[in-house]
Structures are given as C-alpha cells and as structure tokens.
Ligand binder design. Structure first.
Ligand SMILES: C[S@@+](CC[C@H](N)C(=O)[O-])C[C@H]1O[C@@H](n2cnc3c(N)ncnc32)[C@H](O)[C@@H]1O
Length: 287
C-alpha cells in the first residue's frame, strides 16, 4: 500500500496548489523539490510494472479493462490510442482483441517496460499527452485513458489533443478513481455504531489539489508520484472547451467482498453503494 504524504488545498477552485512531500526539500535552499512528470514516473516504473505485471492488477482485470472495452464500442481492426499507457498492459489487452494499438506515455522507463513486455505489432510512443505534435491528427477510432488523467497536471491540452487525434465519429473513454469518493487523504471509511453502517467521509471535494504520494521503492524523498484531484465540473469543463461531448457515464464499484464477520454485510453494502471508479465516454461535438 502507498504511504501518503501531507498535502494542502488551494481554496481556489480551478487552481492547483503545488505541494511536495515534507521530506522532499532540497538540502541547501530548503525549497520544495519538484520534478517533471516523466522523471516522477521513471522512478516509479519498476514498482508499477511489478504491481501491474503482464496482464493487469485485480481491479484492472475484473473491473476496468472489460468496462472500458464495452464503453469504447470497438470493432476488430479499429485504431486505438492508449493514452498514458504506462507499461502497456491495456495496449496488450486491446491488441489481443485484434485492435491496432498505439500506446503513448511520457515516461521513458514505462515505455521501455511496455516494449519489452509487448508484441512488436503494438506501436509505443514516448511523448507528453499535452503535446499537440505527438501524433498525427484524425488517426484513431478511439482514445482510451485509464487511471492516468489524475496524474496529468493540465487537463485542457490533453482533451484538445484527444479531439485532434480522433477520427470523426471516434470515441474517448476515460477511467479515473472516483473524483467524489476517492480523494487521497480527504476521503475515509468510517463506522457508525448507532446505525451499524459503514459510511464514506469526504473532507474536501470542491478545490483542485496536487497530492504527492510516496511510492516504492521509497529510496529517497524523490520517490513520489502526484495525484491531481479535480471535482467533476473540472472534467466536464475541459471536455466541453475542447469540443468533446459526454455521451456516457458509469460508476463502477469494487468487485471485492469482505470475509464473513460482524461487519461484513455493512461493508459489502458500502462497497456497492460508494463507487470506486468513474468511467466516462465523450465524442467530438459537431462543430
Ligand atoms: C497510474 S499510471 C497508469 C498507466 C496505465 N494507463 C495503466 O492503467 O496501467 C499513470 C501513467 O500516466 C503517465 N503520465 C503522467 N503524465 C503524463 C503526461 N503528461 N503524458 C503522458 N503520460 C503521462 C505516467 O508516466 C504513468 O505511466
């Protein structure tokens, strides 16, 4: 499990307060340590590859991969961009289902893992999802971004690129941990003894925030990734401004169940009631 480090909220909707782990201060200046996203994920790549492996983590294989596939409405031979593909686990899943896949990621290390684990028919691109030059326009029948928009600092350039890279009639599918209920350090499970229910507590939601999360191998204060929390309206605003129109939204619960015990019924109910992931499909709006 990740150890999380303290963060602060901005208090200003639409603006991120950039924070670094408390331990992430440079010795001499005392200024907060900051790193490019590529470097952040390069150092986490080995850990992430071990976590996800060849076929995906439990949540990915049970919930996310089949759910995203269904939302994309693909047919065999479609061209799909796996945006922020990491070590390529979903690119492989799609390729096995006869799609023509391109995976793009900003981390050179992640791309190295992706290439070493995948069939050469999958094309991997080392580039920033925010760079409009990264790929040719109107290339893909679908763009999919799994568990990664929450790790990208600016939404709007990414959404503009998605619109740019999709063919007319294409689909964009994004999956994030649920922005309302799964905010690192700001949401927690609680137990109401009187009602005998498990509840979800949400301390902060409306402010955007950048939350550094320490990641294995915890070698030093630089071993962290950043999760960008955004309320739902931020996603909708960026999609709309980029010319993408939401035509599907699903909220996915965890597939897990508790071991039998005094609270297991309440825990299972809470797990079903409070979704773990949000999945959204958007299509280019007619200009
Ligand atoms: C949590 S991983 C998810 C990887 C993969 N989609 C999966 O489901 O396993 C987040 C990924 O986002 C990538 N990423 C972060 N910022 C990016 C950017 N600006 N452009 C492209 N990829 C980025 C990271 O390098 C990392 O591989």
């Amino acid at each position: 499990m990740n150890r999380k480090v303290k963060t602060k909220k901005t208090g200003q909707p639409g603006k991120f307060k950039k924070t670094a782990p408390r331990t992430g201060r440079t010795g001499r200046t005392g200024k907060p340590a900051s790193k490019k996203p590529s470097a952040v994920w390069d150092q986490a790549a080995q850990w992430y590859d071990t976590l996800v492996g060849l076929k995906g983590s439990e949540y990915q294989t049970a919930v996310i991969f089949p759910g995203a596939l269904q939302l994309m409405r693909l047919k065999k031979g479609d061209r799909v961009l796996d945006l922020a593909c990491g070590q390529g686990v979903y690119s492989r899943y799609l390729s096995q289902r006869k799609m023509k896949v391109t995976g793009l990621d900003t981390s050179e290390e992640m791309i190295r893992f992706a290439q070493s684990r995948s069939d050469p028919t999958i094309h991997f691109e080392h580039a920033d999802a925010q760079d409009p030059q990264a790929l040719p326009d109107k290339t893909f029948d679908a763009v999919v971004c799994l568990l990664a928009l929450q790790n990208i600092e600016s939404l709007l350039p990414v959404m503009r690129n998605v619109k740019r890279w999709l063919k007319p009639g294409g689909r964009f599918v994004m999956v994030t941990t649920h922005p309302c209920f799964r905010i690192p350090r700001q949401t927690h499970w609680g137990w109401d003894e009187q009602k005998k229910i498990q509840y979800r507590r949400v301390d902060l939601y409306g402010s955007e925030s950048a939350i550094p999360i320490l990641t294995p191998p915890f070698v030093d204060s630089q071993s962290f990734t950043v999760t960008y929390h955004r309320p739902l309206q931020s996603y909708f605003q960026a999609l709309t401004e980029a010319g993408l129109c939401v035509d599907g939204l699903e909220e996915w619960a965890s597939h897990k169940t508790s071991e039998p015990g005094q609270r297991s019924k309440a825990e299972n109910r809470a797990r079903q009631e409070i979704p773990l992931f949000m999945a959204l499909r958007a299509v280019p709006s007619s200009d």
